[in-house]
Design a protein around this ligand. Structure first.
Ligand code: ASP
Ligand code: MG
Length: 419
């Protein structure tokens, strides 16, 4: 008998009907002979609602209490889903992170899983239960509840798949798979049959909400295949896996366009142009666990001072500002924050080997009169920071330029630049 991990996102369990629908899927799988471990997110927008409630009471709540509060959402959905499965006459049990033994480090709100105990899980499976595990949470060494960051149930699922040596980790969501662009924005966006860990990691890090980036990292580390698929139909979704042997035959360079609106540009203006300044700025941000991206330093040679620009997540803006203002090792002229920016990116293995990709992307934006504020690149991506109001247009223009909606576009690594 094989173990399968099935993870259901918040939209898949947002109300009674959807919970019953998910229960039916699980029961079917169980009856087909598999051992089933389910990971579930909080219902619908309930995590956002908890956050709103918290911030209404205290705009800057302690991280420990934040985790204590947010982890309740998954406890609700796991118990309800278990009850739903029971109505089919199938035995099931819900377990939270403490009951399973999901150990994490001490970093509240962004905890990392250190280990998962498989004893209780295997005992319940042996007794014939479907096991429903609360996603997104763990416990630290002192048994305080931690959470794994927004979207963290994906990481819970992959980590559980590893702990149970499961054959497959299925992530059920409200879209049919991973697309070349957000299908709500781009009409001819195509579903990808499969995608490599590296490409998916870039897509997730750059704002695709389909999978939490850390879940992809974890899957790559342990070579676990993730199947991203819809909870509303039985269609094959997108396989996230190593290698390209199972990829669609037509395998073009650019895999997709993605974007992130939930970021802000931070400009640390007028810092001295001397060794150790960047070190100080970014070690202070790292100390409070703030993720940064798109770092640019511009030099104003005459005055001997620099401007250092970068992006942070919107939710980290206040903390970032506080930390930067507290630096007293050197003068800072000004700290400027701009929130109405968005990052639009293209992803594909081998971008850096194909110089024609850069002008193609920048040209697509220029043609629409969209100004680029910051550019950053890696081997597998190009990102541009632009005005948030122009984001949808930018995505469409880039998707068009690379003909990502065209089933028959260029083969292998040749890029088709379109008209
Ligand atoms: N409920 C959490 C969130 O909304 C975790 C998850 O859904 O994966 O971020
Ligand atoms: Mg999610």
């Amino acid at each position: 008998m094989s173990v399968v991990v099935m993870k259901f996102g918040g939209s898949s369990v947002k109300d009674k009907d959807r919970i019953m629908n998910v229960a039916e899927k699980i029961v079917k799988r169980k009856k087909s002979g598999d051992d089933v471990v389910v990971v579930v997110s909080a219902m619908g927008d309930s995590t956002d609602e908890l956050i709103e409630l918290a911030q209404d009471i205290n705009p800057n709540p302690p991280d420990r209490e934040w985790d204590m509060l947010l982890s309740t959402g998954e406890q609700v959905s796991s118990a309800l889903l278990t009850m739903a499965i029971n109505t089919y006459g199938v035995p099931a049990i819900s377990l939270n992170a403490a009951q399973v033994g999901i150990k994490t480090d001490d970093v509240h709100k962004k905890a990392r899983i250190l280990s998962i105990d498989d004893k209780r899980l295997n005992k319940e499976l042996k007794e014939g239960n479907v096991v429903i595990v609360t996603g997104f949470q763990g416990v630290n060494g002192g048994f305080d509840i931690t959470t794994l960051g927004r979207g963290g149930s994906d990481t819970s699922a992959v980590a559980l798949a590893k702990a149970l040596e499961a054959d497959l980790c299925e992530i059920y969501t409200d879209v049919d798979g991973v697309y070349t662009a957000d299908p709500r924005i781009v009409k001819d966006a195509r579903k990808l049959t499969s995608i490599t860990y590296d490409e998916m990691l870039e897509l997730s890090s750059l704002g695709s909400k389909v999978l939490q980036a850390r879940s992809v990292e974890c899957a790559r580390l342990h070579n676990i295949t993730i199947h991203v698929r819809s909870s509303f139909n039985d269609k094959e979704g997108t396989y996230v896996q190593e290698g390209r042997e199972n990829m669609e035959i037509k395998n073009p360079l650019i895999r997709g366009v993605c974007s992130d609106k939930d970021i802000a540009k931070v400009a640390v203006k007028g810092v001295p142009d001397k060794p150790g300044v960047s070190y100080k700025i970014f070690s202070e941000l790292a100390r409070v666990n703030i993720h940064v991206d798109m770092i640019v330093q511009s030099i104003q040679k005459e005055k001997g001072i620099n401007d250092i620009l970068f992006t942070v997540k919107l939710e980290d803006v206040t903390k970032a500002k506080e930390v930067l203002e507290s630096i007293d090792e050197f003068e800072v002229e000004d700290i400027m924050i701009k929130e109405d920016v968005a990052k639009v990116s293209i992803v594909g293995a081998g971008i850096s080997q194909n110089p024609e990709v850069y002008p193609a992307m920048f040209g697509a934006l220029g043609k629409e009169d969209i100004n680029i504020e910051i550019i950053s690149t890696s081997e597998t991506r190009i990102s541009c920071l632009i005005d948030e109001k122009r984001l949808e247009k930018a995505i469409e223009a880039i998707h068009d330029k690379f003909e990502l909606g065209n089933e028959d576009r260029g083969e292998d690594t040749s890029v088709s630049l379109g008209g």
